[in-house]
Design a protein around this ligand. Structure first.
Ligand code: SAM
Length: 249
């Protein structure tokens, strides 16, 4: 069985070279380089317009959700590169005006705002940390109006498992927000709801550590992207991405 190619960030390079060999070491170097390039060449510019900078990390112990029942499954806060989000959305080649974009585990709102620069019907970020949610609300309310194409952008402070899927077609974005059990429950619930309503969902999974949970859902099929955005993602996305869709057959 092929292993997921990106081992833990926490490993030090010398140990990785010893344990995993040259290929894993080079992958880690590429990952660090791409993360730094995205920040230096693009995402750092947005700190001029963000009320609360979305870069940086927040450790799991500092997330402090009101309802901590799923804290054990949570990942720390770390943002996706904006360009990766926009290449993914553009690569779908869809009329986005019929879709609601959902970022599960939306942190300070970076992905939500990157998506809202596209003509979605609505964009929602679901974040269980009250602090990150409040920071996202400030970022949304002060974001330059001329950049926002989506008319309805909101951060919701709620556990991902409690959030009801909005009516209509939805794009679900995950940047590895939680562990395998919660990922399974959230995806199952979304697939069952959409199937019952005969609506469409597209699942975008950045850094798909638990991709088997998603690919094992028989109603979800891999979704190809158009050539140029896919090429940009292959060359320049720090982590791999996987995209799936559920159509009503
Ligand atoms: C890796 S960060 C991704 C942030 C953002 N989506 C992005 O890509 O820039 C994961 C986020 O998921 C949130 N999270 C973890 N478990 C959650 C849960 N059960 N419900 C809602 N949010 C959760 C964390 O607080 C964190 O902000």
């Amino acid at each position: 069985m092929r292993r997921y190619p990106y081992p833990s960030w926490k490993r030090n390079p010398a140990a990785m070279l010893r344990d995993k060999g040259v290929v894993a070491f080079l992958r880690r170097i590429r990952l660090m380089l791409m993360l730094r390039l995205h920040y230096a060449l693009w995402d750092s510019r947005f700190e001029l317009i963000e009320t609360v900078p979305t870069s940086g990390k927040l450790q799991k112990k500092d997330l402090s959700p009101d309802d901590a029942s799923n804290l054990g499954q949570a990942s720390e806060y770390a943002p996706s590169p904006r360009l990766v989000v926009q290449w993914l959305v553009d690569g779908l080649g869809e009329d986005l005006s019929g879709y609601t974009f959902l970022d599960f585990g939306s942190g300070r709102g970076r992905v939500l705002l990157a998506a809202a620069e596209r003509p979605f019907r609505a964009a929602r970020g679901i974040e269980f940390s009250g602090q990150l949610h409040r920071e996202a609300v400030r970022n949304i309310s002060n974001y330059p109006a001329d950049r926002l194409v989506c008319p309805d952008v909101q951060s919701v402070c709620e556990d991902a498992l409690e959030y009801p899927l909005p009516e209509g077609d939805c794009i679900l974005y995950f940047y590895n927000p939680f562990g395998v059990d919660l990922m399974d429950k959230v995806v199952c619930r979304a697939v069952d709801t959409a199937h019952a309503r005969r609506s469409r969902i597209i699942v975008i999974y950045y850094n798909p550590v638990h991709h088997k949970v998603v690919s094992s859902k028989t109603r979800l099929k891999p979704r190809p992207l158009s050539f140029i955005p896919q090429l940009k993602l292959t060359l320049f996305s720090p982590y791999p991405v996987k995209v799936y869709e559920m159509t009503q057959g």
